[in-house]
Design a protein around this ligand. Structure first.
Ligand SMILES: Cc1cc2nc3c(=O)[nH]c(=O)nc-3n(C[C@H](O)[C@H](O)[C@H](O)COP(=O)(O)OP(=O)(O)OC[C@H]3O[C@@H](n4cnc5c(N)ncnc54)[C@H](O)[C@@H]3O)c2cc1C
Length: 607
């Protein structure tokens, strides 16, 4: 963060030092009252695993008191200290912190207003005695000297591949080998947790390769790094999907991930007494699928937050003479030059598909069913992401870790307030563009509370387009726009509820995806899925994110209502960042470290 000091630096440092030392004193004395008195009336403490063995935010002094009363003795926090130079802006002092707990080391971040904590972030970095073998602990890689029984690295990898899942059971099975499953597995490997990734597709990266031809990442490179191996300096800002696919395949190999491609998970049941899962998969090693039964202690679903297509059924679909594809099945517009394509939907995939179809010379109509948030890609990069994730941020010394933790330090309850100014500015900066779209009849929004793209993503994972050019085609009428709901299909097209009929050779249902729990239910059964509940959303009571307020992403990266069942995923940034905290929770359980969960979230909703 680039912040100007509005008072001499030493005064800021003194204020922060005074707070930190009073906080540590109160914690050491187990004096909850004294600790709570260091928080402002409006305060938020977000903890990633270090105090709560959960991902949880407490809000207000009563909740802070409850947290401390519950965990203080067993967590035994020590050595809270200021890390680096505190800063101050707009009456808010900020500082990075380090601290220890009984079992781990952590990083913190505090914002003080009038000397009291407004926001506090605490995160677990590593478990004592189970640190990753990196830096001066890096593995030697070979054995110098003479050894007639020498086993090479290749031989030991081959042996591991033969044994794991057959004569030796993994600690963790991850179902889904997209970038989420791969990143988590890389972390677990470094922590020495035997893991198998089960993936239906043949090769790592296929989930990207199989998406429509024109797709490139919508997020820029600085936001997208995977753990351990950042993209090189000459990596494109927006990586094409097949290039990401190849990177994931390379990554899987060099990170020594036990990746079972061409393997579909069919069912999973949990034995509460034994504390182990029975996971039945069908694995094809080239001779047709064979059934393999895996018995891991922990089961992680990484089947994609955008994993299960939402394919609405409309009357008359069977009579339609053309082709119907969900956006996830749409390969691209080849063969449809001069033909009529109707795209149902007006979010990211719909725009990408319309853009590519227009370039290919198709006659294309977009059907907008509800309002969409659109933000130009360069505006988003400059106003919303640039401070933390950009070449400029890199030049300012902001590492990916610092950026991720800074982002994590903002509690979800007040995040919208931090986001809104960027979108207010975008409205002014891109006024002409937005006016053109409105004139073309496009129904625009900036989220229920005008807080823009990222809040929509966190709340509902849908409802937006990061514009890389296709919006102008709609504004210019080159992609025709119709508004309404599909009533039915006919033999030659689609009829909307107002009677409008659209002829079509191809109808693309860019109708989004369903909560991960719906695909997981096929594997764990309805009863367990209902108990676990919806995956994703904050409970903000905004469109498609029903309450009650949870203040964290439902069921993501944290303990769920089913013991030993976890969810992982999200965009590349979330996958990189939260894979650490999920990996540490899994490692702690492997090592038998006591992990009492504070405030296990109740389950809400199934969709
Ligand atoms: C069109 C589109 C554009 C996107 N653009 C971006 C972007 O620019 N940046 C970004 O960060 N995110 C983007 N996303 C979000 C994207 O979904 C995620 O970033 C990424 O794919 C999530 O990775 P994942 O591993 O969680 O899920 P996925 O990539 O969906 O992987 C889940 C995997 O689970 C496998 N699977 C499912 N069921 C089973 C089973 N029963 N057995 C075995 N395997 C199974 C699937 O085959 C799949 O490979 C985009 C999504 C879409 C649809």
């Amino acid at each position: 963060m680039t912040q100007t000091l509005d008072r001499p630096g030493s005064e800021v440092a003194d204020r922060v030092e005074a707070w930190v030392s009073a906080f540590q004193d109160a914690l050491s004395a187990r004096d909850v009252g004294a600790a709570v008195s260091l928080f402002a009336d409006e305060c938020y403490w977000r903890d990633l695993v270090s105090f709560t063995w959960n991902i949880a935010t407490v809000e207000g002094t009563d909740e802070v008191a409850d947290l401390l009363t519950s965990v203080l003795d067993r967590i035994d926090p020590t050595n809270f200290a200021v890390d680096g130079e505190p800063s101050s802006a707009d009456g808010v002092d900020e500082s990075w912190l380090t601290f220890e707990t009984a079992v781990g080391r952590g990083t913190g971040h505090v914002r003080l207003r009038d000397g009291k904590a407004w926001t506090l972030l605490t995160t677990l970095d590593e478990l004592k005695g189970h640190e990753e073998n990196k830096g001066d602990r890096r593995p030697f890689g070979t054995e110098h000297g003479a050894n007639p029984d020498r086993v090479t690295w290749k031989e030991s990898r081959e042996q591991e591949a033969e044994e794991l899942g057959y004569s030796r059971q993994p600690e963790v099975v991850i179902i889904g080998g997209g970038q989420g499953g791969i990143a988590l597995s890389a972390r677990l490997r470094q922590l020495g947790v035997p893991t198998i990734v089960v993936e239906r597709n043949e090769r790592p990266g296929d989930s990207w390769r199989k998406r429509y031809k024109s797709l490139a990442l919508h997020d820029p490179v600085w936001y997208d790094h995977l753990p351990y191996i950042p993209f090189p300096e000459n990596w494109p800002v927006f990586a094409p999907k097949d290039k990401i696919g190849d990177w994931l395949e390379m990554y899987t190999r060099v990170m020594e991930i036990n990746y079972w491609g061409s393997t579909t998970a069919e069912s999973a049941t949990f034995d509460e007494n034994e504390g182990r899962w029975t996971v039945t998969v069908h694995r094809d090693r080239g001779n047709g699928p064979e059934e393999v039964v895996l018995r891991p202690a922990q089961l992680v679903f990484a089947m994609g937050v955008s994993g299960k297509p939402n394919k609405p059924e409309f009357p008359g679909m069977e009579a339609f003479r053309g082709e119907i594809q969900h956006s996830s099945e749409h390969p691209g517009p080849a063969g449809y030059e001069g033909k009529k394509i109707v795209v149902i939907g007006s979010n990211n995939s719909a725009f990408d598909i319309c853009g590519a179809a227009w370039e290919a010379g198709a006659d294309i109509t977009m059907v907008q069913r509800s309002s969409t948030h659109i933000i130009k890609s360069d505006t988003l990069m400059e106003l919303a992401l640039g401070g933390l994730y950009s070449e400029e941020a890199v030049a300012n010394g902001i590492t990916t870790r610092t950026a991720d933790l800074t982002f994590a330090s903002l509690p979800y309850r007040i995040m919208a307030d931090f986001q809104r100014p960027a979108y207010d500015e975008a409205k002014v900066r891109d006024k002409e563009f937005y006016d053109q779209l409105r004139e073309a009849g496009f129904d625009l929004d900036f989220g229920d509370d005008e807080s823009g793209l990222f809040m929509k993503y966190l709340r509902r994972g849908s409802g937006y387009y990061i514009d890389v050019g296709a919006a102008q085609l709609v504004a210019d009428g080159k992609v025709k726009l119709v508004k309404g709901q599909v009533k039915e299909f006919t033999s030659d097209g689609v009829t909307l509820d107002d009677g409008t009929h659209l002829e079509a050779d191809l109808v693309v249902l860019a109708t989004g995806y369903r909560s991960m729990i719906t695909s997981v239910a096929d594997i764990i059964g309805e009863e367990m899925a209902t108990r676990v509940g919806k995956v994703w959303g904050l409970g903000s009571d905004t469109t498609k994110d029903p309450g009650p307020w949870e203040g964290e992403q439902r069921n993501m990266w944290k303990p769920t209502q089913q013991r030993n069942l976890w969810f992982h995923g999200g965009n590349l940034h979330q996958s990189r960042h939260y894979s650490l905290y999920l990996a540490l929770q899994l490692k702690a359980r492997q090592e038998g470290i006591d992990t009492p969960v504070y405030k296990l979230a109740e389950s809400h909703h199934t969709e």
